[in-house]
Design a protein around this ligand. Structure first.
Ligand SMILES: [Zn+2]
Length: 358
């Protein structure tokens, strides 16, 4: 009996999209596998290109795999350059368990084996791409193509979109400084796989002479393009040069090509805590405490700031000590007062909304 796809010209496989997180739960029989998928979509927005695809998963649905025999799935750039390729073989579950891909004649990175049963309908297929190391050089609309018997069939598209990040304002920098988990510096290495020639660049809350002495280039000083020593690779720095700072203030766990330096080491936090305690015991003037907090904005981290303003004017007459716009976009006004200051004056509220007493 013919399968439905050959009768109706429906492609035998569909590209469902890329996702950031996936968890496969095995329940014995492959047919019973479950997937928890987060963020499935056909548009990947990135601040940085070249973009390493290792952190993404591509999700496909294949109709009745046993009917198709071996085929390839390829991701092609807008200029038809091959970004990645999977050679796919299908084996019947009834033929017994296969533990090694070499049993099926597949052994290269990108080789995939699908275990399927007769007469199954749509089969979810998520190939392992981390061993291929695919990299997307530029934003654009990329095609997902199924190749079988020398014929190409487009089964979907994946759009890579570039988001330009604005430079940080002073209040945003103050907010990043207040976050103990934020990173003050990001280093990126671009390498030619042939001659191993590499260029290292960094972005930070400010320039760092030590990095430049080590030959690491400030991201804004990168050239538009540069050829490697062997001439086979041309590094394109347009997006890194515009946007590397966008990665600051974030927490990444799985980006081996990008390394971060933590803004606050634990010893430094202990030191700040001791100094604050000593300062409070000395009954300081308000201005001294304000200056200390301004120099150590980690003390404001508990308010989850997105932006921090110091001595911001309220209406025309007053200034508040600290104003915070938090992650929920609420405005917090902080007044620093001694504990013996009355918060109520002549039956009217004191000008502060929140008072931090010391
Ligand atoms: Zn090279």
């Amino acid at each position: 009996m013919d399968n439905i796809s050959s009768k109706t010209n429906v492609p035998p496989a569909a590209f469902l999209g890329a996702c950031e997180r996936i968890n496969s739960i095995s329940r014995g029989d492959p047919i019973a596998n479950q997937y928890n998928i987060l963020g499935l979509g056909k548009v990947i927005i990135s601040y940085i290109f070249p973009l390493d695809l290792n952190n993404f998963k591509l999700v496909f649905a294949i109709f009745d795999p046993l009917n198709h025999g071996p085929f390839k799935i390829r991701l092609l750039s807008p200029k038809s350059k091959e970004i990645m390729k999977f050679d796919i073989a299908v084996l019947s579950v009834e033929k017994g368990p296969v533990t090694e891909t070499s049993n099926s004649g597949l052994s290269k990175p990108g080789d995939c084996l699908i275990m399927s049963k007769e007469n199954t309908s749509w089969f979810i297929f998520i190939p392992e791409i981390s061993n291929i190391n695919p990299t997307v050089e530029e934003p654009g609309c990329y095609r997902v193509v199924l190749t079988k018997d020398e014929r190409d069939l487009c089964i979907g598209e994946l759009i890579f979109a570039y988001a330009k990040a604005p430079l940080f304002s002073e209040p945003q920098i103050a907010a990043i400084r207040s976050n103990p988990l934020a990173y003050k510096k990001v280093l990126i290495t671009i390498k030619c796989n042939v001659c191993q020639d590499q260029i290292r660049a960094y972005a930070g809350l400010e320039k760092d002479g030590k990095e430049e002495a080590r030959g690491v280039v400030w991201y804004g000083d990168l050239p538009e393009t540069q050829k490697c020593k062997c001439g086979k690779a041309e590094f394109k720095f347009k997006y890194i040069r515009e946007n590397l700072h966008a990665l600051l203030g974030k927490v990444f766990t799985n980006k081996p090509e990008v390394s971060f330096t933590k803004l606050y080491e634990i010893a430094v936090l202990e030191e700040i805590s001791k100094k604050l305690s000593a300062l409070l015991n000395s009954e300081p003037e308000e201005e001294v405490l304000q200056k200390f907090i301004q120099e150590n904005p980690i003390l404001l981290e508990q308010f989850s700031p997105k932006e921090i303003f110091y001595k911001a004017p309220i209406l025309t007459k007053n200034k508040t000590d600290i104003v915070i716009r938090n992650q929920k976009n609420e405005l917090l006004l902080i007044e620093l007062e001694k504990t013996n200051t009355l918060l109520l004056k002549k039956r009217r509220w004191h000008s502060s909304a929140i008072s931090t007493c010391y």
